[in-house]
Design a protein around this ligand. Sequence first.
Ligand code: IPM
Ligand code: MG
Length: 355
Amino acid sequence: MKIAVLPGDGIGPEVTAQAVRVVRAVLGNRAFEMEEAPIGAAGVEAAGVPLPGPTRELAHKADAILFGSVGGPLDELADRSKRPGTALLTLRRELQLFANFRPAVLYPELIGASSLRPEIVKGLDLLVLRELNGDLYFGEPRGIHTDEKGERYGINTMRYSESEIARIAHVGFQTARKRRGKLCSVDKANVLETMHLWRDVVTGIGREYPDVELSHLFIDAAAMMLMRRPTSFDVIVTGNVFGDILSDAAAMLTGSIGMLPSASLGSSSKGLYEPVHGSAPDIAGQDIANPLAAILSAAMMLRYSFDLPEEAGRIEQAVRRVLAEGYRTADIDEPGARRVGTEAMADAVVAAIAH
Ligand code: IPM
Ligand code: MG
């Protein structure tokens, strides 16, 4: 098995390094190969572009990609091809990783860290399934142009084909089936044609899954429901843009975005695994970032790309254990906790694995 390690920018390198350590701890001397390459602003620094040729090749030939995060000051560049985020979008699209799994699970120990009251978030365990290859992110035409009066205008196109909607819908129903059997499709069918088609296709496919309880919500109502009764959700399936927003909101309910892993999958076992948090340049290089999202992303990699559910489970168990033992990074700190930095948190996880 070959793992491409793409640490990226900001806190990406420090949390990814800890995830790599944990993977080594759990796999022991099993045959696997890890190769590292720069991406994002680090790619720009190394080779002048966010996705240098050798990084792209490595990503194509690896069985799985362990990704840190990309971003920073270059995010503001007018030239989109130079922005760090573009590298990630290119990989998602080129590798046809269309299904983005973003679980939001509340660990009982962290209930006090949630921005909502404990009685509202108690027992929270939902999954945002975000479509990743279409929508405003990739639709053409796009761009910033100037009209005949000399005024600039911007265009992006919300576009989904039936087959793109169908393939993510199938993943949604199949995933719900393995969980609590509830799928909520989120759209804006009352205003947007693209989303009208979305609802129509999802509804049609729903007939093939009579055992799954399908519901629909408009994005605004979904955002409200996520704040009001988040535990009513099991799987939420939605488009690229709405999924980007809802998954950050869902993440915050769990207390810290520093806890949440994600997996981007296509139709094979190949996947890209990344913490949901971004590059957080303000805290980079200080050994204070929470490495648990990166570590849990590595667990997802073992489960989905390498079919090693037992090893994945050992990592997840170890994370629960260190939380129960009171280890906390700054983002989830509370009075009386054992406050640790990035590396010490991973030390605790490695120790718990060996336990
Ligand atoms: C995410 C991020 C990316 C996105 C950025 C970095 C391009 O916000 O993975 O949610 O918008 O998809
Ligand atoms: Mg996002």
